[in-house]
Write a protein that binds this ligand. Structure first.
Ligand SMILES: Cc1cc2nc3c(=O)[nH]c(=O)nc-3n(C[C@H](O)[C@H](O)[C@H](O)COP(=O)(O)OP(=O)(O)OC[C@H]3O[C@@H](n4cnc5c(N)ncnc54)[C@H](O)[C@@H]3O)c2cc1C
Ligand code: SF4
Length: 495
């Protein structure tokens, strides 16, 4: 059980972040892991609780805390403490296909529920996970697991984000022949072209791809599935099809006709253009990337970002690396408190203001947190050539479930680049349409409760496309559960 009363002896220590002044000069990962001895102590803080909330994924007030994968957290914490890392790794991969992704980017729903967190700091579960998986790669515990027997069944997966990858990985290990179709030039979905390099280095995605290829998964990149004819052919050639195309349709911007104004971009286009340049250059130097003519560059610009969540945070971190002149973000909601209130006790999901590495960087460089709450955009002002030059913001308050502008609160701010990071409008409708799968009013592919099969027999859906915009850990969890149902559909039973 870790170290008896270890949580009283050792304080929580997380991975350190590289200093802001240094890290904004490049796109390298910003976390510095702890050494092995410190990591052991951190794992030793785990109390092996009788009812380990950390692995529960329980829903409280419509928010989930605890790991959606039900990772065997106390077991592998114990193994780290005992220096049985190999065994810890074996327990970790019982429930998780890609701990190297979640160990880097997961907001750690497990830690929100950790019982140590009731009176003290939670166990550093997220960093412990990363330690185990990276050790496993380094020590060669991870070798291709090629199925000895093939079932003769073929499965097509459309989309190679974490949901598609998890479904492909599971079904391949069950002996089915899996082919993944991806419209981008690289696999990974938002792991590749959404989450910036400084959070998840793309060599980590490529490492997993190589392993899956050795195990027998076939990837087809630059292959968009977009016509009814192709959909019919896939349904004929494969015994099952899984749609994992994400939730990337943009939300409409209502304050102005942005097609007429130069200098307004969607967050995904902005982040993708930087990430493509990082991969093209093979350089992580921020100067090189910001100066690339194909990049949507924020260098020297006053930037406004609509949104104050995780995507906006990644955009702030990226414009900081481009060398922006200023950055201002906004959200309509109220600013959350910096600590839990009595109305939001443990183990509910903590409704507090998250620090966010990008917001931290902007605060250090410009002297203040760039986030502005209860604020939205009223108007965009462009020059004679249609180039954005100013944004007029207005404060809002919530009345009868709607946000209402506070007249007289308008402010004009300089802005040559506006990035729209205010959420997504569900999945792109084309793919479900060509496969005959219906989509609900929120833009999620519809299935029966607890099932992943769509209206079209043999066509399944998982991840953001099915669940709505969510997290990597949920995409993996959905991919796994969907794979189980597909296996049963193909074989008449599953294990
Ligand atoms: C900027 C940003 C940062 C984020 N940061 C985090 C984070 O730090 N931590 C976290 O847990 N979550 C984060 N998320 C959320 C997380 O990335 C998603 O929940 C997760 O990637 C969803 O996985 P998915 O497999 O369902 O879809 P996606 O990752 O969106 O992958 C879908 C794939 O389908 C492909 N595709 C779409 N249509 C077609 C077609 N017609 N033919 C072929 N291929 C197609 C797409 O190209 C894409 O590769 C972030 C999201 C964004 C936008
Ligand atoms: S809730 Fe926290 S202390 Fe308890 S078993 Fe899980 S990680 Fe360990």
């Amino acid at each position: 059980m870790g170290k008896a009363a270890g949580f009283l002896e050792f304080e929580r220590k997380s991975s350190r972040r590289r200093p802001v002044a240094e890290r904004i000069r490049d796109f390298e990962e910003f976390n510095i892991p702890l050494g092995t001895d410190e990591r052991k102590e951190q794992a030793g803080r785990c109390m092996n609780c009788g009812v380990p909330f950390c692995q529960s994924a329980m829903e409280l007030k419509r928010k989930v805390v605890g790991c959606p994968l039900h990772n065997l957290i106390p077991e592998w914490n114990d193994q780290i403490w005992l220096s049985h890392d190999r065994h810890g790794y074996d327990r970790l991969i019982k429930t998780s296909n890609f701990p190297e992704f979640t160990g880097r980017v997961c907001p750690a729903l497990c830690e929100k529920a950790c019982i140590c967190g009731q009176y003290d700091d939670p166990v550093s579960i997220h960093d412990n996970e990363l330690y185990l998986i990276e050790k496993a790669f380094k020590e060669g515990y991870i070798q291709p697991q090629i199925p000895e027997i093939r079932s003769g069944k073929r499965v097509a997966v459309i989309g190679s984000g974490p949901a598609g990858l998890a479904a492909a990985d599971e079904l391949n290990h069950r002996g089915h022949s899996v082919e993944v179709f991806e419209r981008e030039d690289r696999i990974g979905g938002l792991l590749m072209y959404g989450i910036p390099n400084m959070k998840l280095d793309k060599s980590i995605v490529e490492r997993r791809q190589k392993l899956m290829e050795k195990e027998g998964v076939i990837f087809h990149v630059n292959t968009e599935i977009k016509t009814k004819k192709t959909a019919e052919k896939l349904r004929q050639d494969f015994d099952a099809v899984i749609l994992c195309c994400g939730s990337g349709s943009e939300r409409e911007f209502k304050a102005a006709d942005i097609s007429r104004i130069k200098g307004v971009v969607y967050a995904m286009d902005f982040l993708k253009s930087t990430q493509k340049a990082v991969l093209r250059h093979g350089s992580l130097n921020a100067e090189d990337i910001a100066g690339d003519p194909e990049v949507i560059s924020a260098r020297g610009k006053d930037v406004v970002i609509m949104g104050s969540g995780d995507t906006a945070n990644d955009c702030v971190a990226t414009v900081m690396r481009h060398g922006c002149a200023s950055v201002f973000t906004m959200a309509r909601k109220k600013c959350p408190p910096s600590e839990r209130t009595d109305a939001n006790p443990w183990p509910e999901y903590p409704e507090i203001l998250e620090e966010g590495y990008g917001y931290e960087e902007a605060a250090v460089v410009f002297g203040e947190d760039p986030r502005h709450f209860e604020t939205t955009i009223r108007e965009l002002i462009a020059d004679e050539e249609g180039r954005l030059c100013r944004v007029i913001t207005v404060n809002v308050i919530r009345e009868d479930g709607r946000y209402v502008p506070v007249e007289g609160s308008e402010k004009e701010i300089k802005c040559q680049l506006l990035i729209l990071a205010n959420g997504f409008g569900g999945c792109e409708r084309k793919v479900p349409e060509i496969f005959g799968a219906s989509v609900n009013e929120k833009g999620q592919v519809s299935t029966r409760d607890g099932s992943y099969m769509t209206d079209a027999a043999g066509v399944f859906s998982a991840g953001d496309m099915h669940r709505g915009q969510s997290l990597v850990v949920w995409a993996i969890a959905e991919g796994r559960k969907c794979a189980k149902e597909v296996d049963e559909y193909l074989m008449g039973y599953t294990v």
